[in-house]
Design a protein around this ligand. Structure first.
Ligand code: C2E
Ligand code: SIN
Ligand code: SIN
Ligand code: FE
Ligand code: FE
Length: 403
């Protein structure tokens, strides 16, 4: 019970849905000794694979890529999780490969066949919200048994896991609500700038989180700091360009290159963005303000938010509540790490996407540009972390495609 109470207070400190699911699943697996587990979130009439952990397969298969896969299952008896969601009942299975003929659910053996993994015991728990609706399914696989081999889930393990999922529902709903609120802010920016889409924001959030993860591992950061920062960054990075709502449409949507005067106004989106988080109420606000202010600051000190000088039309500066150049330009390590990371993630995504003013670049040209700008536009440490991501970058692109 004290473990479960501790879990609930730690869940309250998490912001992103991924971090909340990761925490719940880790705890449920530890309580029940399960070797692997998946959280599925209900998405309309299907269940999406939303979080996957597997101790035996880590290293064998790239599980980070699987976190970003958008596979889903129907809510019916064609799978065990689908059946748990359909009926709201907990399903306990001793051997997934020996489900009796005539059972109301089926086990899909394809994943085991592809990965060489042997699924034996399964505990599939519906996560029900306060209005009685199934919002998710938590599925635990291969409870620890005697002699290091998987055994069945004990009734005690099933009881604890059920208690945990019962309380997890509220945390999952909070995570879903935060994500929706952030995406709504992004949609407001998108009303003005059609390139600032939900998928672009989600890709930048995911690239930034994974770049940070790789960088923190390379630095030998502790797992507590790593998880906490990755959690905040994945959400704060999505808000990097919401300040574009403060830029006139004629500039934002101009099909060709900007004049120097227009460019100077455009630069102010960093200031507008930072101003939205002026009175920070949380660590998330502080990070979002840093990112909005400095995501166009180059590592070599060029770039902005400064945008001072004669280019900015006086009538623009004369408007009330307009930026006065008070955001100091920074260089190198003085640029907040989160902004250095998002600076690269945003440019990579902008380069490989079409904009009103440019065509999409092929991926290899975008990567060549980033490599060439190491130490110029970009922090070399961030560039190294980006290039270490491998297939995760593609998995993220496929997870959040442009419509
Ligand atoms: P964005 O379109 O999201 O681009 C973000 C950043 O990606 C740019 O920041 C730039 O660093 C990089 N980037 C995008 N396309 C290219 C490219 O073709 N070549 C290179 N080398 N880098 C590229 P930047 O330049 O500070 O621009 C910030 C925002 O200003 C852009 O966001 C876009 O909304 C607007 N913008 C920039 N240039 C133009 C332009 O020529 N025409 C129009 N209409 N808008 C522009
Ligand atoms: C940090 O890790 O957040 C500070 C160090 C740096 O900015 O590189
Ligand atoms: C490229 O061909 O790699 C892009 C040119 C550039 O760096 O701007
Ligand atoms: Fe920007
Ligand atoms: Fe952007």
């Amino acid at each position: 019970m004290s473990r479960i109470l501790e879990l609930f207070s730690s869940l309250r400190e998490l912001t992103s849905l991924d971090a909340i699911l990761e925490r719940i699943l880790s705890e449920a697996r530890e309580l029940s000794g399960a070797e692997a587990g998946t959280v599925f979130l209900r998405e309309g009439d299907r269940l999406g694979f939303s979080y996957v952990q597997n101790d035996r397969l880590s290293g064998v298969e790239n599980l980070t890529e699987r976190v970003y896969q958008s596979a889903s299952l129907p809510i019916d008896g064609s799978s065990i999780a689908g059946y748990a969601a359909l009926t709201g009942q907990t399903v306990t299975i001793e051997d997934a490969w020996a489900i009796p003929e005539g059972a109301p659910y089926h086990f899909n053996i394809d994943f085991d066949k592809r990965s060489g993994y042997r699924t034996r015991s399964i505990l599939s728990l519906p996560v029900v919200n306060s209005r009685g609706k199934v919002v998710a399914v938590m599925q635990l696989i291969n409870a620890a048994g005697p002699h290091g081999r998987p055994g069945p889930f004990t009734p005690e393990a099933a009881d604890y896991a059920a208690l945990l999922t019962h309380h997890a529902a509220a945390a999952i709903e909070t995570g879903l609500m935060t994500r929706e609120m952030v995406l709504r802010m992004v949609r407001m920016a998108e009303l003005r700038d059609p390139s600032e889409t939900g998928p672009h924001a989600q890709r930048v959030g995911a690239y930034a989180a994974e770049i940070y993860h790789a960088l923190a591992l390379a630095r030998g950061a502790g797992s507590g700091v790593l998880k906490r920062t990755k959690d905040l960054l994945s959400v704060a990075a999505m808000l990097h360009d919401v300040g574009k709502v403060g830029i006139p449409d004629g500039i934002l949507q101009k099909p060709g290159p900007l004049t120097p005067g227009e460019r100077a106004i455009m630069c102010r989106h960093t200031w507008h963005g930072a101003a939205l988080f002026r009175d920070p109420a949380s660590e998330l606000d502080v990070m979002a303000a840093d990112i909005a202010a400095h995501h166009h600051q180059r590592f070599d000190g060029a770039g902005y938010p400064a945008c001072k000088g004669p280019l900015l039309p006086q009538e623009y500066l004369d408007q009330p509540d307009q930026p006065d150049g008070s955001l100091a330009p920074l260089a190198g390590q003085d640029i907040p790490l989160a902004a250095r990371i998002v600076g690269l993630a945003d440019v990579y995504d902008a380069l490989i996407s079409r904009r009103v003013y440019k065509q999409a670049w092929p991926d290899d040209q975008a990567r060549a540009h980033i490599a060439r700008e190491s130490g110029g536009h970009f922090d070399p440490e961030v560039v190294r972390a980006f290039f270490s991501l491998g297939g995760v970058v593609t998995a993220i692109r496929e997870r959040f495609p442009d419509p």
